[in-house]
Design a protein around this ligand. Structure first.
Ligand SMILES: [Zn+2]
Length: 261
């Protein structure tokens, strides 16, 4: 069985100096690729370094994360944009709106999100969307830009059945599920039953959100198997079937890659 971790931040210094060991372990367990979303202008170099070291394994996305949108957003966005013409990326990400930590920059967050959505259309790339306490705002931006032609994933989905139904109205969007689905107080295992497994992508969001029984620890790609098991249980499918379908979903969304699959 082979799995793709569609969202992890293995390049962050949280993992120093164990990146190589963790990649070896992930590979040995059947994790066949890591998709790495960028966060900030400061994380770009480290992400590129990891992808250069593992060109057939670690694939970069490029984008400015909503919690990194502040007063200097014009400059930061320029830096991100300049990267896009230099090397290939599998997606624009991660981008979105986050009103959980701070609502100060809501106007700027929307401007930055919509600008990056437009880039994704121009470049024919999918988007990896981060949304926290901001589903209405994110839907509003998508509908303003181009709901029919945008493609992407709502990474770390933690919404309601209603949010899920809104996503389903968008023809080309998938739902990223991570370790949260294994948490005792999470309703996610139940919520996702309201959509087809054809829409589900598996991710870790490492170093964050490690699944049970590793909850609270530093997450890493090999723990993706725990999330896969829980998704299989939720859909009453075998692990094999779950892994095969979600892998196909990932290959379909990130179709611009030259997978050695
Ligand atoms: Zn992330």
């Amino acid at each position: 069985m082979r799995l793709i971790d569609t969202h992890c931040h293995l390049y962050l210094d949280d993992f120093d100096p164990e990146q190589d060991a963790l990649i070896a372990e992930a590979r040995a367990s059947g994790i066949e690729a890591l998709l790495l979303p960028n966060v900030d202008t400061e994380t770009i170099d480290r992400m590129h370094q990891l992808c250069d070291k593992y060109p057939d394994y670690a694939y970069p996305m490029m984008g400015l994360h909503p919690t990194s949108v502040k007063g200097d957003y014009v400059e930061r966005l320029k830096t991100i944009e300049s990267c896009l013409s230099v090397r290939p990326y599998i997606a624009i990400g991660e981008i979105g709106i986050d009103l959980y930590w701070d609502k100060t920059w809501i106007r700027e967050q929307k401007i930055v999100f919509e600008e990056q959505l437009r880039w994704s259309l121009e470049m024919h790339l999918p988007v990896a969307i981060h949304t926290r306490d901001a589903f209405p705002e994110v839907f509003d931006s998508i509908h303003k830009v181009d709901p029919q032609n945008l493609t992407g994933v709502f990474h770390s989905f933690g919404g309601t059945v209603d949010d899920l139904k809104e996503i389903e109205k968008l023809p080309n969007f998938m739902i990223g599920i991570n370790g949260v689905i294994t948490f005792k107080n999470s309703k996610l295992a139940e919520t996702i039953q309201h959509t087809s497994i054809e829409k589900i992508l598996l991710e870790t969001d490492a170093p964050y959100l490690a699944p049970v029984p590793y909850r609270g620890k530093r997450n890493n790609p090999v723990y993706l198997w725990k999330t896969a098991e829980k998704v299989a249980e939720s859909y009453h499918l075998s692990l094999e079937e779950t892994v095969e379908t979600t892998r196909k979903n990932a290959l379909k969304l990130f179709s611009n890659m030259n997978w050695n699959a």
